[in-house]
Design a binder for this molecule. Structure first.
Ligand code: ZN
Length: 485
Protein backbone atom coordinates (compact mmCIF):
# COMPACT_ATOMS: atom_id res chain seq x y z
CA UNK A 1 0.00 0.00 0.00
CA UNK A 2 2.94 2.28 0.54
CA UNK A 3 3.87 2.61 -3.11
CA UNK A 4 1.18 5.15 -3.80
CA UNK A 5 1.68 8.45 -5.49
CA UNK A 6 -0.20 11.68 -4.91
CA UNK A 7 -3.54 12.80 -6.32
CA UNK A 8 -3.21 13.24 -10.07
CA UNK A 9 -6.22 15.48 -10.75
CA UNK A 10 -7.26 18.89 -9.48
CA UNK A 11 -10.29 19.01 -7.21
CA UNK A 12 -11.69 22.01 -9.07
CA UNK A 13 -11.33 20.36 -12.46
CA UNK A 14 -12.54 16.82 -11.86
CA UNK A 15 -14.15 16.54 -8.46
CA UNK A 16 -15.52 13.05 -8.98
CA UNK A 17 -12.16 11.52 -9.90
CA UNK A 18 -10.44 13.55 -7.17
CA UNK A 19 -12.83 12.10 -4.59
CA UNK A 20 -12.27 8.53 -5.77
CA UNK A 21 -8.51 8.98 -5.61
CA UNK A 22 -8.60 10.48 -2.11
CA UNK A 23 -10.68 7.57 -0.81
CA UNK A 24 -8.15 5.10 -2.20
CA UNK A 25 -4.85 6.94 -1.78
CA UNK A 26 -5.52 8.30 1.69
CA UNK A 27 -6.24 4.64 2.56
CA UNK A 28 -9.81 5.21 3.73
CA UNK A 29 -11.56 2.48 1.80
CA UNK A 30 -10.71 -0.39 -0.53
CA UNK A 31 -13.31 -1.08 -3.20
CA UNK A 32 -11.66 -4.23 -4.53
CA UNK A 33 -13.63 -6.70 -2.43
CA UNK A 34 -15.87 -6.93 -5.43
CA UNK A 35 -19.42 -6.90 -4.10
CA UNK A 36 -21.19 -3.83 -5.41
CA UNK A 37 -21.84 -1.19 -2.77
CA UNK A 38 -19.90 -3.00 -0.01
CA UNK A 39 -16.69 -1.32 1.11
CA UNK A 40 -13.66 -2.57 3.01
CA UNK A 41 -12.95 0.09 5.62
CA UNK A 42 -9.25 0.68 6.24
CA UNK A 43 -7.80 1.67 9.64
CA UNK A 44 -7.59 5.39 8.88
CA UNK A 45 -11.34 5.56 8.11
CA UNK A 46 -12.26 3.29 11.02
CA UNK A 47 -10.35 5.47 13.46
CA UNK A 48 -12.02 8.62 12.14
CA UNK A 49 -15.47 6.98 12.24
CA UNK A 50 -14.95 5.87 15.85
CA UNK A 51 -14.28 9.45 16.85
CA UNK A 52 -17.33 10.63 14.93
CA UNK A 53 -19.48 7.99 16.62
CA UNK A 54 -18.21 9.06 20.02
CA UNK A 55 -19.13 12.71 19.51
CA UNK A 56 -22.67 11.97 18.39
CA UNK A 57 -23.26 9.22 20.97
CA UNK A 58 -22.06 11.50 23.75
CA UNK A 59 -24.41 14.24 22.58
CA UNK A 60 -27.35 11.79 22.35
CA UNK A 61 -26.70 10.43 25.83
CA UNK A 62 -26.38 13.93 27.20
CA UNK A 63 -29.95 14.44 25.98
CA UNK A 64 -31.28 11.26 27.59
CA UNK A 65 -30.94 8.65 24.83
CA UNK A 66 -29.79 5.18 25.90
CA UNK A 67 -27.79 2.79 23.71
CA UNK A 68 -29.35 -0.45 22.47
CA UNK A 69 -28.39 -3.05 19.89
CA UNK A 70 -31.29 -4.55 18.01
CA UNK A 71 -31.20 -7.54 15.63
CA UNK A 72 -30.31 -6.91 12.02
CA UNK A 73 -33.17 -8.87 10.43
CA UNK A 74 -36.85 -8.01 10.08
CA UNK A 75 -39.62 -10.55 9.43
CA UNK A 76 -41.52 -9.51 6.32
CA UNK A 77 -44.75 -9.12 8.25
CA UNK A 78 -43.19 -6.47 10.52
CA UNK A 79 -41.75 -4.55 7.61
CA UNK A 80 -45.18 -4.36 6.03
CA UNK A 81 -47.10 -3.30 9.12
CA UNK A 82 -46.94 0.45 8.63
CA UNK A 83 -48.62 1.13 5.30
CA UNK A 84 -46.26 3.71 3.81
CA UNK A 85 -43.13 2.35 5.44
CA UNK A 86 -43.90 -0.93 3.65
CA UNK A 87 -42.56 0.73 0.49
CA UNK A 88 -39.09 0.07 1.88
CA UNK A 89 -39.70 -3.41 0.59
CA UNK A 90 -38.40 -2.22 -2.77
CA UNK A 91 -35.04 -1.31 -1.22
CA UNK A 92 -34.14 -4.30 0.92
CA UNK A 93 -31.98 -7.39 0.76
CA UNK A 94 -33.70 -10.61 1.77
CA UNK A 95 -32.46 -13.59 3.72
CA UNK A 96 -34.46 -16.49 2.35
CA UNK A 97 -32.50 -19.69 3.00
CA UNK A 98 -30.29 -21.25 5.67
CA UNK A 99 -27.85 -24.13 6.08
CA UNK A 100 -26.02 -26.38 3.68
CA UNK A 101 -29.30 -27.76 2.31
CA UNK A 102 -30.48 -24.27 1.29
CA UNK A 103 -33.51 -24.86 3.43
CA UNK A 104 -36.11 -22.22 2.77
CA UNK A 105 -36.93 -20.08 5.81
CA UNK A 106 -40.56 -20.16 6.91
CA UNK A 107 -40.66 -16.43 6.49
CA UNK A 108 -38.18 -14.38 4.56
CA UNK A 109 -36.19 -11.88 6.61
CA UNK A 110 -35.18 -8.42 5.46
CA UNK A 111 -31.75 -7.05 6.36
CA UNK A 112 -32.70 -3.86 8.17
CA UNK A 113 -32.73 -0.78 5.93
CA UNK A 114 -33.67 1.19 9.07
CA UNK A 115 -35.00 -0.19 12.36
CA UNK A 116 -38.45 1.26 13.12
CA UNK A 117 -40.09 -2.08 12.44
CA UNK A 118 -37.65 -3.91 14.71
CA UNK A 119 -37.90 -1.43 17.56
CA UNK A 120 -41.66 -0.79 17.69
CA UNK A 121 -42.63 -4.40 18.47
CA UNK A 122 -40.31 -4.09 21.47
CA UNK A 123 -41.66 -0.66 22.42
CA UNK A 124 -45.13 -2.24 22.51
CA UNK A 125 -43.83 -4.69 25.15
CA UNK A 126 -41.83 -2.18 27.17
CA UNK A 127 -44.16 0.79 27.33
CA UNK A 128 -47.11 0.41 29.71
CA UNK A 129 -47.72 3.68 31.46
CA UNK A 130 -46.90 7.37 31.22
CA UNK A 131 -44.13 6.59 33.70
CA UNK A 132 -42.26 4.70 30.97
CA UNK A 133 -42.13 7.81 28.81
CA UNK A 134 -40.32 9.38 27.17
CA UNK A 135 -38.35 6.39 25.95
CA UNK A 136 -35.30 7.58 24.04
CA UNK A 137 -33.09 4.98 22.39
CA UNK A 138 -30.30 4.85 19.86
CA UNK A 139 -28.16 2.25 18.19
CA UNK A 140 -24.86 2.51 16.33
CA UNK A 141 -24.89 -0.02 13.53
CA UNK A 142 -24.89 -0.68 9.83
CA UNK A 143 -27.92 -0.91 7.59
CA UNK A 144 -28.38 -2.34 4.13
CA UNK A 145 -30.23 -0.91 1.17
CA UNK A 146 -30.50 -2.18 -2.34
CA UNK A 147 -29.16 0.96 -4.05
CA UNK A 148 -28.60 1.02 -7.78
CA UNK A 149 -25.85 3.67 -7.89
CA UNK A 150 -23.17 3.38 -5.21
CA UNK A 151 -20.18 5.48 -4.15
CA UNK A 152 -17.83 4.94 -1.17
CA UNK A 153 -19.01 6.88 1.91
CA UNK A 154 -21.78 8.57 -0.07
CA UNK A 155 -24.22 5.88 -1.13
CA UNK A 156 -23.68 2.25 -0.29
CA UNK A 157 -25.57 -1.00 -0.12
CA UNK A 158 -24.10 -1.30 3.36
CA UNK A 159 -23.43 1.80 5.42
CA UNK A 160 -22.73 2.84 8.99
CA UNK A 161 -24.92 5.16 10.97
CA UNK A 162 -26.64 5.93 14.22
CA UNK A 163 -30.40 5.73 14.46
CA UNK A 164 -32.28 7.20 17.40
CA UNK A 165 -35.89 6.13 18.03
CA UNK A 166 -38.05 7.85 20.59
CA UNK A 167 -41.51 7.59 22.05
CA UNK A 168 -43.37 10.36 23.89
CA UNK A 169 -46.64 10.77 25.75
CA UNK A 170 -47.54 13.93 23.89
CA UNK A 171 -47.32 15.39 20.42
CA UNK A 172 -45.54 18.36 21.88
CA UNK A 173 -42.87 16.13 23.41
CA UNK A 174 -42.19 14.58 20.01
CA UNK A 175 -42.06 17.97 18.29
CA UNK A 176 -39.55 19.23 20.84
CA UNK A 177 -37.38 16.23 20.02
CA UNK A 178 -37.08 17.47 16.44
CA UNK A 179 -35.71 20.77 17.76
CA UNK A 180 -33.29 18.89 20.00
CA UNK A 181 -32.10 16.88 16.99
CA UNK A 182 -31.30 20.11 15.15
CA UNK A 183 -29.21 21.17 18.15
CA UNK A 184 -27.39 17.84 18.25
CA UNK A 185 -26.64 18.26 14.56
CA UNK A 186 -25.18 21.69 15.26
CA UNK A 187 -23.05 20.43 18.14
CA UNK A 188 -21.54 17.66 16.05
CA UNK A 189 -21.77 18.27 12.31
CA UNK A 190 -20.98 21.96 12.58
CA UNK A 191 -18.82 22.32 15.67
CA UNK A 192 -16.82 19.08 15.50
CA UNK A 193 -16.87 18.10 11.81
CA UNK A 194 -16.78 21.69 10.48
CA UNK A 195 -19.69 21.17 8.08
CA UNK A 196 -22.09 24.08 7.72
CA UNK A 197 -25.61 23.03 6.78
CA UNK A 198 -29.13 24.25 6.14
CA UNK A 199 -31.91 22.47 7.99
CA UNK A 200 -35.09 21.98 5.97
CA UNK A 201 -38.60 20.79 6.41
CA UNK A 202 -38.92 18.56 3.37
CA UNK A 203 -41.90 18.94 1.04
CA UNK A 204 -44.72 16.39 1.33
CA UNK A 205 -43.52 14.43 -1.70
CA UNK A 206 -40.05 13.96 -0.24
CA UNK A 207 -40.90 12.58 3.19
CA UNK A 208 -39.51 9.48 4.88
CA UNK A 209 -41.78 6.50 4.27
CA UNK A 210 -44.15 6.49 7.21
CA UNK A 211 -43.37 9.97 8.57
CA UNK A 212 -45.82 12.80 9.14
CA UNK A 213 -43.02 15.28 8.52
CA UNK A 214 -39.35 14.99 7.59
CA UNK A 215 -36.60 17.44 8.47
CA UNK A 216 -33.07 17.18 7.19
CA UNK A 217 -29.71 18.92 7.06
CA UNK A 218 -28.29 19.63 3.60
CA UNK A 219 -24.62 20.42 3.15
CA UNK A 220 -23.15 21.75 -0.08
CA UNK A 221 -20.59 19.60 -1.89
CA UNK A 222 -17.76 21.11 -3.98
CA UNK A 223 -19.53 20.27 -7.25
CA UNK A 224 -22.50 22.44 -6.28
CA UNK A 225 -24.83 19.59 -5.38
CA UNK A 226 -26.25 19.15 -1.90
CA UNK A 227 -25.94 16.05 0.21
CA UNK A 228 -28.52 15.09 2.81
CA UNK A 229 -26.83 14.53 6.16
CA UNK A 230 -28.75 13.82 9.39
CA UNK A 231 -32.48 13.70 8.93
CA UNK A 232 -35.08 13.59 11.64
CA UNK A 233 -38.67 12.49 11.30
CA UNK A 234 -41.81 13.32 13.19
CA UNK A 235 -43.72 10.04 12.92
CA UNK A 236 -46.88 11.16 14.67
CA UNK A 237 -48.77 8.05 15.78
CA UNK A 238 -48.30 6.17 12.52
CA UNK A 239 -45.97 3.54 13.95
CA UNK A 240 -47.52 3.40 17.41
CA UNK A 241 -50.89 2.58 15.84
CA UNK A 242 -49.40 0.04 13.42
CA UNK A 243 -47.48 -1.72 16.21
CA UNK A 244 -49.94 -1.06 19.02
CA UNK A 245 -47.58 0.95 21.19
CA UNK A 246 -49.99 2.28 23.77
CA UNK A 247 -49.80 3.47 27.36
CA UNK A 248 -52.10 4.40 30.20
CA UNK A 249 -51.83 8.13 30.74
CA UNK A 250 -52.15 10.09 33.98
CA UNK A 251 -55.88 10.46 33.32
CA UNK A 252 -56.12 6.62 33.25
CA UNK A 253 -56.98 6.64 29.55
CA UNK A 254 -55.22 4.42 27.06
CA UNK A 255 -53.37 6.39 24.40
CA UNK A 256 -50.92 5.79 21.60
CA UNK A 257 -47.40 7.20 21.90
CA UNK A 258 -46.05 9.91 19.61
CA UNK A 259 -42.71 9.13 18.08
CA UNK A 260 -39.68 10.44 16.23
CA UNK A 261 -36.50 9.09 14.72
CA UNK A 262 -33.16 10.69 13.88
CA UNK A 263 -30.49 9.20 11.63
CA UNK A 264 -27.02 10.71 11.50
CA UNK A 265 -25.24 8.62 8.88
CA UNK A 266 -21.61 8.52 10.00
CA UNK A 267 -20.66 7.16 6.61
CA UNK A 268 -22.13 9.96 4.53
CA UNK A 269 -20.91 12.60 6.93
CA UNK A 270 -17.38 11.24 6.49
CA UNK A 271 -17.85 11.41 2.72
CA UNK A 272 -18.87 15.06 3.08
CA UNK A 273 -15.91 15.81 5.37
CA UNK A 274 -13.47 14.38 2.82
CA UNK A 275 -15.18 16.14 -0.08
CA UNK A 276 -15.71 19.54 1.51
CA UNK A 277 -12.41 20.09 3.34
CA UNK A 278 -9.90 18.32 1.09
CA UNK A 279 -7.60 19.99 -1.45
CA UNK A 280 -5.37 18.98 -4.36
CA UNK A 281 -2.97 17.22 -1.98
CA UNK A 282 -5.67 15.02 -0.43
CA UNK A 283 -7.84 14.99 2.67
CA UNK A 284 -7.80 17.68 5.37
CA UNK A 285 -9.25 16.41 8.62
CA UNK A 286 -10.84 18.57 11.29
CA UNK A 287 -8.57 18.22 14.36
CA UNK A 288 -11.52 17.04 16.48
CA UNK A 289 -11.80 13.78 14.54
CA UNK A 290 -8.32 13.26 13.10
CA UNK A 291 -6.74 10.05 14.48
CA UNK A 292 -3.54 12.11 14.77
CA UNK A 293 -3.18 15.79 15.53
CA UNK A 294 0.53 15.81 14.74
CA UNK A 295 2.91 13.66 12.74
CA UNK A 296 6.60 14.03 13.56
CA UNK A 297 9.01 13.52 10.65
CA UNK A 298 12.70 13.26 11.54
CA UNK A 299 15.13 14.63 8.94
CA UNK A 300 18.61 13.12 9.04
CA UNK A 301 21.56 12.30 6.81
CA UNK A 302 23.50 9.76 8.88
CA UNK A 303 22.86 7.04 11.44
CA UNK A 304 24.44 9.15 14.16
CA UNK A 305 22.06 11.97 13.36
CA UNK A 306 19.13 9.55 13.24
CA UNK A 307 19.83 8.35 16.77
CA UNK A 308 20.11 11.86 18.13
CA UNK A 309 17.04 13.12 16.34
CA UNK A 310 14.95 10.12 17.38
CA UNK A 311 15.91 10.72 21.00
CA UNK A 312 14.67 14.28 20.65
CA UNK A 313 11.54 13.23 18.73
CA UNK A 314 10.59 10.75 21.47
CA UNK A 315 11.00 13.36 24.17
CA UNK A 316 8.76 15.72 22.23
CA UNK A 317 6.21 12.94 21.63
CA UNK A 318 6.02 12.16 25.35
CA UNK A 319 5.59 15.79 26.21
CA UNK A 320 2.80 16.23 23.67
CA UNK A 321 1.04 13.04 24.76
CA UNK A 322 1.08 14.33 28.32
CA UNK A 323 -0.80 17.31 26.98
CA UNK A 324 -3.43 15.05 25.35
CA UNK A 325 -2.20 15.72 21.84
CA UNK A 326 -2.52 12.73 19.49
CA UNK A 327 0.91 12.31 17.96
CA UNK A 328 3.11 9.78 16.20
CA UNK A 329 6.67 9.65 14.85
CA UNK A 330 7.12 8.40 11.29
CA UNK A 331 10.50 6.73 11.80
CA UNK A 332 10.36 4.45 8.75
CA UNK A 333 13.84 4.29 7.29
CA UNK A 334 12.75 3.09 3.87
CA UNK A 335 11.10 6.41 2.94
CA UNK A 336 12.48 9.90 2.44
CA UNK A 337 11.17 12.86 4.44
CA UNK A 338 9.62 14.29 1.26
CA UNK A 339 7.69 11.08 0.66
CA UNK A 340 6.44 11.13 4.24
CA UNK A 341 5.30 14.75 3.94
CA UNK A 342 3.14 13.78 0.95
CA UNK A 343 1.85 10.64 2.64
CA UNK A 344 0.56 12.41 5.75
CA UNK A 345 -0.73 15.36 3.76
CA UNK A 346 -2.78 12.93 1.69
CA UNK A 347 -4.26 11.49 4.87
CA UNK A 348 -5.07 14.96 6.16
CA UNK A 349 -3.20 15.14 9.49
CA UNK A 350 -3.65 18.74 10.68
CA UNK A 351 -0.04 19.44 11.77
CA UNK A 352 3.44 18.19 10.94
CA UNK A 353 6.59 18.63 12.99
CA UNK A 354 9.92 18.45 11.20
CA UNK A 355 13.07 17.95 13.26
CA UNK A 356 16.48 18.23 11.61
CA UNK A 357 20.05 18.33 12.98
CA UNK A 358 20.09 22.12 13.15
CA UNK A 359 16.81 22.22 15.07
CA UNK A 360 18.28 20.08 17.83
CA UNK A 361 21.05 22.57 18.45
CA UNK A 362 18.63 25.47 18.51
CA UNK A 363 16.04 23.61 20.62
CA UNK A 364 13.33 24.24 18.09
CA UNK A 365 11.16 22.45 15.55
CA UNK A 366 9.45 23.39 12.31
CA UNK A 367 5.66 23.26 12.54
CA UNK A 368 3.62 23.00 9.32
CA UNK A 369 -0.15 23.46 8.95
CA UNK A 370 -1.94 21.07 6.61
CA UNK A 371 -4.72 23.50 5.69
CA UNK A 372 -2.55 26.48 4.67
CA UNK A 373 0.87 24.86 4.23
CA UNK A 374 2.31 27.64 6.38
CA UNK A 375 5.58 26.81 8.20
CA UNK A 376 6.72 28.33 11.43
CA UNK A 377 9.71 27.73 13.69
CA UNK A 378 8.67 27.02 17.27
CA UNK A 379 10.85 26.80 20.36
CA UNK A 380 10.50 23.44 22.08
CA UNK A 381 9.45 24.95 25.35
CA UNK A 382 6.24 26.50 24.09
CA UNK A 383 5.35 23.62 21.75
CA UNK A 384 2.26 22.02 23.39
CA UNK A 385 0.62 25.38 23.87
CA UNK A 386 1.38 26.45 20.32
CA UNK A 387 0.05 23.18 18.91
CA UNK A 388 -3.21 23.50 20.80
CA UNK A 389 -3.60 27.02 19.54
CA UNK A 390 -2.95 25.91 15.94
CA UNK A 391 -5.42 23.03 16.22
CA UNK A 392 -8.14 25.41 17.35
CA UNK A 393 -7.24 27.74 14.53
CA UNK A 394 -7.41 24.95 11.92
CA UNK A 395 -10.77 23.76 13.24
CA UNK A 396 -12.06 27.33 12.97
CA UNK A 397 -10.65 28.04 9.54
CA UNK A 398 -12.13 24.83 8.09
CA UNK A 399 -15.58 25.97 9.23
CA UNK A 400 -14.99 29.44 7.82
CA UNK A 401 -13.79 28.14 4.47
CA UNK A 402 -16.79 25.85 4.11
CA UNK A 403 -19.15 28.63 5.15
CA UNK A 404 -17.66 30.99 2.63
CA UNK A 405 -18.18 28.42 -0.12
CA UNK A 406 -21.78 27.87 0.96
CA UNK A 407 -22.43 31.60 1.02
CA UNK A 408 -20.92 32.10 -2.42
CA UNK A 409 -23.21 29.40 -3.76
CA UNK A 410 -26.45 30.57 -2.21
CA UNK A 411 -28.77 32.48 -4.52
CA UNK A 412 -32.19 34.00 -4.60
CA UNK A 413 -34.06 34.12 -7.91
CA UNK A 414 -37.68 34.21 -8.92
CA UNK A 415 -37.31 33.64 -12.62
CA UNK A 416 -37.26 30.12 -13.97
CA UNK A 417 -34.64 30.71 -16.67
CA UNK A 418 -32.29 32.19 -14.07
CA UNK A 419 -32.91 29.28 -11.73
CA UNK A 420 -32.09 26.88 -14.52
CA UNK A 421 -28.94 28.68 -15.48
CA UNK A 422 -27.60 28.82 -11.92
CA UNK A 423 -28.23 25.13 -11.33
CA UNK A 424 -26.65 24.17 -14.63
CA UNK A 425 -23.65 26.50 -14.67
CA UNK A 426 -22.60 26.98 -11.05
CA UNK A 427 -24.67 24.70 -8.89
CA UNK A 428 -25.59 25.73 -5.37
CA UNK A 429 -28.74 26.37 -3.40
CA UNK A 430 -31.34 28.66 -4.86
CA UNK A 431 -34.05 30.32 -2.85
CA UNK A 432 -37.28 30.80 -4.75
CA UNK A 433 -41.07 30.51 -4.39
CA UNK A 434 -43.31 27.57 -5.19
CA UNK A 435 -47.04 26.89 -5.48
CA UNK A 436 -46.75 23.62 -3.55
CA UNK A 437 -47.90 21.38 -6.42
CA UNK A 438 -45.97 18.24 -7.07
CA UNK A 439 -46.39 18.70 -10.84
CA UNK A 440 -44.33 21.89 -10.66
CA UNK A 441 -41.70 20.20 -8.47
CA UNK A 442 -41.41 17.42 -11.03
CA UNK A 443 -41.21 19.81 -13.96
CA UNK A 444 -38.51 21.85 -12.22
CA UNK A 445 -36.53 18.70 -11.58
CA UNK A 446 -36.85 17.53 -15.16
CA UNK A 447 -36.08 20.84 -16.84
CA UNK A 448 -33.12 21.73 -14.62
CA UNK A 449 -31.66 18.28 -14.94
CA UNK A 450 -32.12 17.31 -11.29
CA UNK A 451 -32.96 20.47 -9.33
CA UNK A 452 -35.03 19.28 -6.40
CA UNK A 453 -37.14 21.28 -3.99
CA UNK A 454 -35.31 20.75 -0.70
CA UNK A 455 -38.04 22.35 1.38
CA UNK A 456 -38.59 25.33 3.66
CA UNK A 457 -35.95 26.42 6.16
CA UNK A 458 -36.60 24.89 9.58
CA UNK A 459 -37.55 27.37 12.25
CA UNK A 460 -37.78 30.29 9.81
CA UNK A 461 -41.15 31.84 9.02
CA UNK A 462 -41.00 33.19 5.49
CA UNK A 463 -44.14 34.35 3.74
CA UNK A 464 -44.13 34.03 -0.05
CA UNK A 465 -44.69 37.35 -1.78
CA UNK A 466 -44.43 36.34 -5.42
CA UNK A 467 -45.55 33.67 -7.84
CA UNK A 468 -44.51 30.07 -8.31
CA UNK A 469 -41.20 30.14 -10.15
CA UNK A 470 -42.48 27.51 -12.56
CA UNK A 471 -46.22 27.91 -13.22
CA UNK A 472 -46.65 31.57 -12.27
CA UNK A 473 -49.63 30.88 -10.00
CA UNK A 474 -49.84 32.04 -6.40
CA UNK A 475 -46.81 30.88 -4.41
CA UNK A 476 -47.49 29.05 -1.15
CA UNK A 477 -43.97 28.49 0.12
CA UNK A 478 -40.53 30.05 0.11
CA UNK A 479 -38.35 27.07 -0.77
CA UNK A 480 -34.79 26.24 -1.74
CA UNK A 481 -33.87 24.27 -4.82
CA UNK A 482 -30.68 22.33 -5.42
CA UNK A 483 -29.31 19.33 -7.23
CA UNK A 484 -28.72 16.48 -4.87
CA UNK A 485 -26.61 13.40 -4.25
ZN1 ZN B 1 -46.31 26.00 -9.62
Amino acid sequence: MAEQEGITVKKSENFSEWYTQVVQKAELGDIRYGVKGFLVHLPWAVKIMKRMYKFIEKELEKHGHEPFLFPSVIPEVFLKKEKEHAEFIADVFWVTEGGAEYKKLEERLALRPTSETIIYPMFSLWIRSWRDLPLKTYQSCQVWRYESVTRPFIRGREFYWIEAHNAFATKDGAKKQVEEDVKITEETLYKKFCIPFLFFKRPEHDKFKGAVATFAADALMPDGRVIQLPSTHFLGQNFSKAFNVGFVDKDKKKKYVWSTCYGPAIWRILGAIIAIHGDDKGAILPPAISPLHVIIVPIYYSTAQFIRIMRKAKAILENLEKNKIRVKIDDRKEYTPGWKFNYWELKGVPLRIEIGPKDIQLEQVVLVRRDTGRKIVVKERGLPKMIKRKLRSIQQSLIERAEKFLKEHTFEVFDFEQLKEILERRGGIVKTEWCGKIECAQAIKEKTNGGAIRGTLFGVEEKPKRKCVYCGKVAKQVVQVAKQY
